[in-house]
Write a protein that binds this ligand. Sequence first.
Ligand code: TNX
Length: 544
Amino acid sequence: MIHFLYRCLLLCCLLVCTSAFLPAQTYIIPQPNSIVEREGKCTLLARFKVMSTDPRLNFATKELVQIIHRVQNNLTLDTARTNYIYLTLQPKSKLSAEAYELEIGEERIDITASSPRGIYYGVMTLRQILGQSTCATIPCIQIKDEPRYPLRGLMLDPARHFLPTSDVKAYIDRMAYYKFNTLQLHLTDDQGWRLFIPEHPRLTSLGAYRSQEERIEENGYYTPDELRELVSYAAERGVEIIPEIDVPGHTAALLTAYPELRTDILRDSTFTLGRVEQVMLSAANPKVYQVLEDVISTLSEIFPRGARFHLGGDESALETNWAVSPEHHRLMQAEGLQDSGELMHYFFLQLLNITRRYGFQPMLWCELDNIYPPAKRYLFPYPQDVTLVSWRAGLTPKSIELTRASRHSLVLAPGESAYLDYPQYPGDLPEHNNWGMPITTLEQTYTWDLRENIGVVGDNHIIGIMGTLWGEAIKDINRAFYMTYPRALALAEQGWCQRERRSWQRFIQALPWQLGDLLRSGISFRAPFEVYQTEQKSRGELPH
Ligand code: TNX
């Protein structure tokens, strides 16, 4: 206990000390890609006017007004004069879709962008600058900013433990603040099916209830209307939701509800909902494709045309399912297929055709012919329009190399740095350590860099990064936040900042204000004591 208090005290001291000496803009996360300091100071006044004429900026304007009110509550300000903040949309300007310019002058503040999302990002940057000011003046600066990668994502897993929409909204609020623009929702897995599908009600009446008690964390699902509302809530904040329906493995919930869709050899077995079951859908049963089409059709009424849609494709237990199943042997013979990997190709060709017909852009987890290095090739040939997500630690360099050669778009969710379900420090929450997961420290998440890892330049086919919070041990939103922050701050910089703008030293200087901000917002996070202990140890200020 004393040790814990000592650590808290240490962190608070650092919070105060590091905040005192650096200019405010040093603490912004993700760090803007260009900041120019100007002569003069902008004096914050008690009267503010946000000037925007375009109705597409109503949401950003509303947010900005709230932000200003919060600042006003904390400072003593001159009431006689008025600050003007101009939000200007210039769709025809040269600014890229997510770029923004923020000019803080003595007389006025300007945020300019070519899209509402760019304006929103300018507002989020201003929010941090205002929040960091401890007096009524802020420096005059010009920020010109745009992201390194077009896709900057986090993933939540309400399949393993259900998260009501209010929790998902809270998660979206915070990620948008750090300029993440994508939230993948892992909607189905062995432990639960979380979307009501009108044609197949048992998917949720059986598949969404793993215990008979009314325990929200284990039981529940979204109606199409709830998901639709979530999609538009996220869109207002510049966040695109990617739904994931994970097939043909990870399907025990679906196969509990509809046993006739199982691989033939499993039809009479009993599954325990809540456990990982090595079971698979049948690729040989036409009803499987019909049910999946109904699912995709429901999703197409929720998501805008052209949205991304993730079909899973990970960790299919082929050897104990399709490889030893009579109906799959017959199918292989009829189609001239050699092995169960080719059956995956057959399965996904059909499913991807349906996906395209409904106007979705398909995504799959990138699986190779071996789950550990060395691996040589994809598990099956991925069609060209599929965006792949690389995830297995150790195989990231190989996935990058293969996707570069085959010209697939790639999202990096590397087990090496972006698995938010992995513990953040030795001994942290041992009771939640799902399967003996490796430690992924904040520093590892921040410093992992693909160029250093693979030793080559050229990552144009990499469209983004994603932090994945697998939910086996994430029983509620507090746990979700605790595992996400502060590592998501590191990922935010991975996704947003140009390589030369990222610096671990600057990041840890920015961190205390950011942690204080999380604290004041009531968001759980793990205090990264080790970062400051290392610093202090190296200065000889801490007992070893
Ligand atoms: C692997 S990452 C999985 C998930 C687990 C996770 C646990 C991926 C595509 N599949 O099903 O939840 O590991 O860390």
